[in-house]
Write a protein that binds this ligand. Sequence first.
Ligand code: ZN
Length: 294
Amino acid sequence: MSNESFPFKIGNFKCMAVSDGTHTYTPPTFPPPATFLFGNAPKGLLEEVLREHNLQPERWVEWVSPYICLLIDTGKHRVLVDTGADGLGPKTGKLIQNLNAEGITPEDIDTVILTHGHPDHIGGNTVEGGEPAFPNARFVMWKDEWDFWTSERAELELDEHVREVLLKFARKNLPPIQGQLDLIHHETEILPGIQAVAASGHTPGHMALAISSGGKQLLYISDAALHPIHLEQPEWYAAVDCAPEQVVATRRRLLNRATAENALVLAFHFPFPGLGHVIQKGERRQWQPIETLD
Ligand SMILES: [Zn+2]
């Protein structure tokens, strides 16, 4: 299996998980992974759960996270969900090259949906000179999210040590798309078969998507869970989660929906291609990645 792009179908929609690369979260820029991802987890249980995932608590010193964008060809529209991180790290910013390898140019995209304003989701909005990277696209974002990043709120409320990089990406990548922007206020259908799902918590206007065609459904949860362990322990939240209580409530709602509707799920930071099902195992839920052929 290529770890750059992974085609699949949802009913009549041709979809593709497309990698923007990977990024390594490690001290001193970030806390150690277990603290970064599961800051409120009780120590004993955390160590037990990590071992179940073959992670040695003392030796887990870096989290190498995939960044996975989604392309949806509805037959009428070509939709891109999130634009990757551009030059955030040495191994990020591969989205356009990976789209090109599949014969898709930025001009082909007519809708870009931004799930939230973090660097790894909006970094590819603009090109070097600052113009929008997708010249023919309507950009769609939740209004609360846009307002947060384009007002003083971001500056006032963000955690100090990551504030500069977050603000730098927002200032570079949000104002230039203003002329192509469509802000949504509620759970509307962005395009036929592509439904916005309110999922605030990780950020103030974080958005998930329910994509349905021909009786099949894909739930794009974006950053409502950053690691498969968040499915098993939905009350554990990450240092980058803006509003922890909302994160937990949002996550429970999305996971309930995924299991009840047996939806395929795509999570932006999970092992590539980020696709799988949320299954119930006794009291707990678990991530079951789709079978992929090597
Ligand atoms: Zn995020």
